[in-house]
Ligand binder design. Structure first.
Ligand SMILES: *Cc1c(COP(=O)(O)O)cnc(C)c1O
Length: 385
């Protein structure tokens, strides 16, 4: 009975019961007019979520599939792209670009630091052949948020596109695609969209779309020209992930009812409560510019992060993520995304306090929780009215 799982991992995230139940209904046929109506509703809501007038495409794949679709549709073998690389997912952009025969130029950023627009500008000025800047809205491996809006401006001045992986960012904090003139925005289902894994999303600006017609990269399932033809006929090129789309419709409906500003305010509040709670425990936040989707906590020297996450999982059913790559064992990542009430951040902090204490680290139990509660109390009326 006491085995209740609490997911604080950066994907998958907890999913609302009504969203899960929507996907549990008998599968409708995807070529019937009733399903076209579902698709149309989803597509309109997705545009609102992306804050764009452009069509938003989806695929039956994890988020990486839409990253691959972006590369395959926009570029040709031999072309050069600038990859902002300050963590695991930056590396992934580079690997996909290499797989498609592009020449990725890496702009290495120390893990935990945000890239500066000036550095991007300099790199672009050195090589006028660069076609695009590929980056993450935030690096989920380090929790660092990049200045996407400013980088888009710098890229456009240099005649390059800006391609943003917002897989764990879209719907968490403002990333208005049209207003910031983002050329490509990629999203995934099991992170900020609070759905089970299996759907990825992709939207392209008009400027980016021009490249789709001329790209010489091989593509079949991810060919956006085919998807666009089907889109205009209110259908999809291939069998879509029907059950997940029914869940998506429900989750987008919940977002529509709440409104993006309230959602953003919630994430801003809980992430701040978490950060301040962590600081009150005498621990440091790893990223210099933290995002609102997850809190990445630097563990004290000598404390084994793997032992901490294992203890919390086994003893209390609390699942937090450890570090990836060179951060393995050194950080713990607490996610705020998904179906979580404002007070779940308090549960996460209490688990952290308990775990640290049990591992013998001198932590004043309750200090982090108390600070987080103060932060929530002072803003609750404004955010959750
Ligand atoms: C999780 C994540 C990915 C990969 O998504 P998958 O759904 O696992 O393929 C890519 N980029 C970022 C920023 C992520 O957080």
């Amino acid at each position: 009975m006491f085995r209740k799982w609490h997911l604080f991992t950066p994907g998958p995230v907890p999913v609302a019961p009504e969203v899960l139940l929507a996907g549990a209904r008998p599968t409708p046929h995807h070529r019937l007019p009733e399903f076209s109506a579902v698709l149309t509703e989803i597509r309109e809501d997705l545009k609102k979520l992306f804050q764009t007038e452009r069509p938003v495409f989806f695929f039956a794949s994890s988020g990486t599939g839409a990253m691959e679709a972006a590369v395959a549709n926009l570029f040709s073998p031999g072309e050069r792209v600038l990859v902002v690389c300050g963590g695991k997912f930056g590396e992934r952009w580079g690997e996909i670009a290499e797989a498609y025969g592009l020449f990725p130029l890496y702009l290495h950023v120390p893990w935990g630091e945000a890239v500066s627009p000036e550095t991007v500008e300099r790199a672009l000025a050195q090589d006028p052949e660069i076609k695009a800047v590929l980056l993450q809205a935030h690096e989920t491996s380090t929790g660092v948020k990049h200045p996407v809006k400013e980088i888009a401006q710098v890229a456009h001045r240099a005649g390059a596109l800006v391609v943003v992986d917002a897989i764990s960012a879209l719907g968490v904090y403002p990333l208005p695609m049209d207003a910031w003139e983002l050329d490509v925005v990629v999203a995934g289902s099991q992170k900020s969209l609070a759905l089970p894994p299996g759907l990825s999303f992709l939207a392209l600006s008009e400027r980016a779309w021009e490249r789709v017609e001329t790209s010489r990269s091989p593509r079949y399932y991810f060919d956006l020209r085919r998807e666009w033809k089907a889109y205009q006929k209110e259908t999809t090129a291939y069998t879509p992930a029907v059950s997940l789309l029914l869940s998506l419709r429900e989750s987008l409906r919940l977002v529509r009812e709440l409104g993006l500003p309230r959602l953003f305010a919630h994430y801003a509040l809980v992430s701040r409560a978490c950060r301040e709670g962590v600081s009150a425990l005498g621990l440091e936040i790893f990223p210099q510019v933290p995002c609102e989707a997850l809190t990445v906590v630097k563990l004290p020297e000598g404390l084994d992060g793997g032992a901490l996450t294992k203890l919390l999982r086994r003893r209390y059913g609390v699942v937090m993520a450890g570090g990836q790559g060179k951060l393995k064992g050194k950080v713990v990542r607490i996610t705020h995304m998904g179906y979580q009430s404002p007070l779940e951040v308090v549960l996460a902090l209490s688990a952290l306090e308990l775990g640290l204490s049990e591992l013998g680290w001198p932590v004043k139990m309750g200090a982090g929780v108390a600070r987080a509660l103060e932060i929530i109390r002072d803003k609750a009326e404004e955010v959750y009215a």
